[in-house]
Design a protein around this ligand. Structure first.
Ligand code: SF4
Length: 452
């Protein structure tokens, strides 16, 4: 979601006449888009602001600095107190469209002369207001990926899980009109994108404001109809909102990738209740069973938090046993850190020691690595369909792509193949990706429909 917000802001600035540059020392404007989901991500912002102040002091280059995203929304004026004289614009999560205007205003009021006391006294321009309008002008987003297009369907969240800052930083849940979504999908495809990623905090809660008969299942069906779309992904569904109708529809829609990101957060029902997730270990495992019965080839990934307030060794053991039982294809795991304003921060003592959190995350990640190696090893010898999405960062002659199940596949090839769907014979597996080479076209196991 943050990557996509950056694409939107880059597009708005481009329309206002800006061009991107790789170096902050060349820039007239530095825009920092931020995440506050964890404490560490937030700290990075202050480090970066310190570096920018240092740059201005050492060589006099003093660009306009705008801070956007969740930390901007959360910190507001406080940014100026913690890092005085660096930030010119603080842009809340719902005010993205106001960015060019605020930058223009900041340029106009900038005191002449070298950076110094005069500059430090100026308060940043702030827009932290809630705006309910979730439509976004078509044609503005500067898409950074040649293959995938991110398309927002819902903004904000009403769930208020006790650890999560999102409802406070991104506001209440707002649904984007279906017509707007479909127009953006068509535009992205016309611009060459083959894979659409539908984004929202709880995508399967979607209800079209402009079509009362269209829920998330209906939206998936409508996106599936858009000519030129080859793959559809979405993030993230909430385990509480899975209907049989949705699972059955997914099974009938071949463009919908066989991957579900299903955040569980903990394997213990006691901890899940304290987290206010509104499902239990048992109901989550029951859902996994229903999903696998309807979609046997689906891959599941998840988010997990260790060291949540009150998490006992026995609770953590349940996280390990659930991880082993579900056999997730991948997992984002985090050590708990209290986030401002959240219920957990205000009511629950952060009582698992830092050392214990570290030892738990190490154990969880070790187990998950073993599961992933096992799951990926099962692909060796098979032929998989891969959408090539990038040239490898490590070797010029290597490409990367993903299977429908979101498994990363590395293969030899040329950058001109980015964007193609190809059949790959898997030869070797690691915990985070697999390696293979193009399957002989039309040979045994070749995939119908694969091209390139
Ligand atoms: Fe945060 Fe819970 Fe909403 Fe997800 S569902 S964004 S964890 S409050």
């Amino acid at each position: 979601m943050n990557v996509h917000d950056s694409e939107r802001m880059a597009g708005l600035l481009e329309q206002a006449g800006f061009e991107s540059t790789e170096e902050a020392s060349d820039a007239d404007l530095v825009l920092l888009n931020t995440c506050s989901v964890r404490e560490r991500a937030e700290e990075k912002l202050y480090t970066r602001l310190g570096e920018l102040r240092q740059m201005a002091a050492s060589n006099g280059h003093d660009p306009i600095v705008a801070v956007a995203g969740c930390v901007a929304q959360q910190e507001g004026e406080h940014l100026h107190t913690r890092a005085p004289g660096v930030t010119d614009v603080v842009l809340g999560t719902q005010a993205i469209r106001r960015l060019p205007m605020l930058v223009e205003e900041a340029v106009a009021r900038r005191p002449k002369g070298p950076p110094g006391a005069q500059r430090r006294a100026i308060q940043p321009l702030l827009d932290l207001n809630p705006y309910d309008d979730v439509t976004f002008p078509l044609g503005v987003t500067r898409r950074s990926d040649p293959v995938k297009a991110y398309v927002t369907i819902i903004e904000g969240c009403n769930e208020f899980c006790s650890f999560c800052v999102v409802p406070y930083t991104r506001g209440h849940e707002r649904m984007r009109p279906k017509a707007d979504i479909l127009a953006e999908v068509a535009e992205a495809v016309a611009g060459g994108r083959r894979e659409v990623h539908l984004l929202g905090q709880i995508v399967n809660h979607y209800q079209a404001p402009d079509d009362p008969s269209c829920d998330f299942t209906g939206l998936l069906e409508a996106v599936h109809e858009v000519s030129g779309v080859e793959r559809i992904r979405f993030a993230s569904p909430h385990p509480r909102h899975f209907s049989d109708r949705f699972l059955e529809a997914m099974a009938c829609l071949p463009k919908v990738c066989r991957h579900l990101h299903l955040p569980v957060q903990s394997g213990s029902s006691v901890v899940l209740e304290a987290m206010r997730r509104r499902y239990s270990r048992e109901s989550y495992l029951d859902l996994v069973g229903r999903i696998r019965a309807t979609l046997p080839d689906v891959a599941l990934s998840t988010d997990m938090i260790v060291g949540f307030p009150g998490e006992r060794p026995v609770d953590f053991d349940e996280t390990l046993s659930l991880t082993a039982a579900v056999r997730f294809h991948s997992m984002f795991s985090y050590k708990y850190s209290p986030r401002p304003k959240t219920l957990a921060d205000q009511r629950l003592p952060d009582d698992v020691s830092a050392a214990e959190k570290t030892s738990r995350i190490v154990a969880l990640q070790q187990l998950q690595r073993e599961v992933q190696l096992d799951v990926n090893s099962a692909l060796v010898g098979t032929v998989v369909e891969v959408l090539i999405d990038a040239a490898s960062r490590r070797r010029e002659t290597e490409l990367c792509g993903r299977t429908s199940q979101n498994v990363v596949v590395n293969l030899p090839g040329d950058v001109v193949e980015v964007g193609r769907l190809v059949s790959v014979q898997v030869e070797r597996a690691g915990p985070y990706s697999v390696w293979g080479r193009r399957a002989v076209s039309g040979g045994p196991g070749g995939l119908p429909g694969a091209n390139g």
